[in-house]
Ligand binder design. Structure first.
Ligand code: NDP
Length: 484
């Protein structure tokens, strides 16, 4: 057994070619169905975090650009809202199919721009983005069945702000239900990962989506702040940090603009002693090292029943040592680059705090590329519930391990968080899984799996992880008003 598991395979490099990618050197703002120069006159390079090299220049949306975006969207809304649902569905189906047609290109660009392993952008981000458009295309002519057979109407112009961890997928989560419901949308991608949203704008052109139905307003946090405060919006949807979510909520207080917030998390992944431990270890690895841990629902707080703690940690460490960190375009890579220098600094600061507070750190030994932003997978044991690494979202490839003795203690510890986005339960007993799941304050609970996403399933948080749901029929509700 030990002989078999100590074999370390040497893989030949298997880089995906980027030759087929045709990016422009410079992208304008996508307003009124076309790319235009920003009124701000500014362009900002988007950087490949694995090499620190610029990929393309992207327009910076300033205050006048925000006004132009809202004007164009307002003008487009009446016609789009008046289209029969079946007609809107045709556009969404077209967009979904075009995403599939350009999947290889989108996957490579997502990896170049964000640093995530190609295996993930190719197998998760892009197919799921297409699946969201397909799913909501199916709903466009059946909206009332998603809301208990009530009569509904769209809200109008929707401002949507997405983060950098799943750029195209988050754009799809936001745009597909909004458009299906008859709204028009202004999308603000993250400063560090705007490129697939701009390719999606090209796809909207190819699909002959009427001008103004989708606007892509690139820029930075100030652009987002200006957008949510712009007169003429009827709805705001945001995914990102709790701090910015709070700022947006404060900005909208006293208005009647509905808001959806999908914020951070410190999700508990709970391993009971009766779990299939090898399977659980795979789930732990997927829960925290998928996408370098840049996942709002990452299983970053690992709760292990004391009786199997040593065994699980030994197996987990063995498995972690085999993770391949490096070139995100290599098909063998498990853990890619950290998205930005700022995010790397945040991870390093929290990991340093973990060591200072007395937790035991183990980081895998691996050769990291000389340029780019990298952080090797890290395991913290001897963590107490008050440690910062047990409380704060690290948003990196770092797992903090806590223990418990009884089911009640597991539930109490899992719920001992200001967040409540997701949780995982590993057990052989179905009844126990349901009992624990119903006691957890988490929007999503996975049983014997983790980070499993599906467009038909609702996703969203409790407590400081936000409110409102995305995905499935529940994801229609934030984009509709009940007429009668
Ligand atoms: P932010 O919340 O700052 O960014 C999310 C999005 O909001 C980006 O498009 C950003 O633009 C935009 N934005 C920033 N400031 C404002 C504002 N005042 N008003 C409106 N929009 C704004 O996240 P960060 O990128 O700073 O990441 C910080 C931490 O947040 C991470 O370490 C992680 O813990 C957490 N996070 C959680 C995510 C989740 O999915 N739950 C996703 C991303 C981060 P721009 O990027 O251009 O500045």
């Amino acid at each position: 057994m030990s002989v078999r598991t100590t074999v370390v395979w040497d893989y030949a490099p298997a880089p995906e070619s980027a030759d087929h990618v045709r990016l422009k050197d410079r992208y304008g703002l996508f307003i009124d169905g076309d790319f235009s120069e920003p009124a701000s006159g500014r362009f900002v390079p988007s950087i490949n975090p694995a090499t620190e090299e610029p990929i393309a220049e992207v327009a910076y949306g300033g205050p006048d650009d925000v006004v132009a975006a809202v004007q164009s969207a307002r003008a487009a809304h009446p016609k789009w809202a008046a289209l029969p649902g079946l007609e809107r569905a045709k556009y969404l189906f077209r967009i979904a199919r075009l995403i599939q047609e350009r999947a290889r290109e989108l996957a490579v660009v997502e990896t170049l721009d964000g640093g995530k392993p190609l295996r993930e952008s190719r197998d998760v981000d892009i197919p799921l983005a297409a699946a969201h458009f397909f799913h909501y295309a199916g709903w466009a002519d059946k909206l009332r069945y998603g809301v208990n057979a009530r009569e509904v109407s769209p809200l109008g112009v929707v401002g949507q702000i997405v983060p950098w961890n799943f750029p195209l997928l988050m754009a799809a989560w936001k745009l597909a239900p909004a458009l299906a419901c008859g709204n028009v949308a202004i999308l603000k991608p993250a400063e560090t990962t705007p490129l697939t949203a701009l390719l999606l704008a090209e796809i909207c052109q190819e699909a002959e989506l009427p001008p103004g139905v989708v606007t892509v307003l690139t820029g930075d946090g100030d652009t987002g702040a200006a957008l949510v405060r712009a007169p003429g919006l009827n709805k705001v949807a945001f995914t990102g940090s709790t701090a910015v979510g709070r700022d947006i909520q404060a900005a909208l207080a006293g208005t009647n603009i509905p808001l959806t917030l999908e914020l951070g998390g410190k999700s508990a992944n709970i391993v009971f002693e009766d779990a299939a431990l090898d399977q659980a270890v795979e789930g732990i690895v997927n829960g925290i090292f998928f996408n370098q841990g840049h996942v709002c629902c990452a299983g970053s707080r690992l709760l292990i029943q004391e009786s199997v703690h040593d065994e699980v940690i030994a197996k987990l460490w063995q498995r972690m040592r085999r993770l391949r960190v490096g070139d995100p375009l290599d098909k063998n890579t498990d853990v890619g680059a950290i998205n930005s220098a700022e995010q790397l600094a945040r991870i390093e600061a929290l990991v340093a705090a973990g060591e200072e507070e007395g937790a035991s750190r183990q980081t895998i030994e691996c050769e990291l590329p000389e340029r780019g932003y990298w952080f090797a997978p890290t395991l913290f044991t001897d963590v107490s519930p008050a440690h910062r690494i047990a409380v704060e979202e690290i948003f990196g490839p770092v797992v903090s391990v806590l223990t418990f003795r009884t089911q009640a203690e597991a539930i109490e510890k899992a719920n001992n968080s200001r967040y409540g986005l997701a949780a995982g339960i590993w057990t052989d007993k179905g009844a126990k899984a349901f009992e624990v799941a119903s006691a957890l304050q988490a929007g999503v609970v996975w049983q014997n799996t983790y980070n499993h996403f599906d467009p038909t399933a609702a996703f969203g948080g409790y407590k400081e992880s936000g409110f409102g749901r995305e995905g499935g029929p529940a994801g229609l509700r934030p984009y509709l008003q009940i007429v009668q």
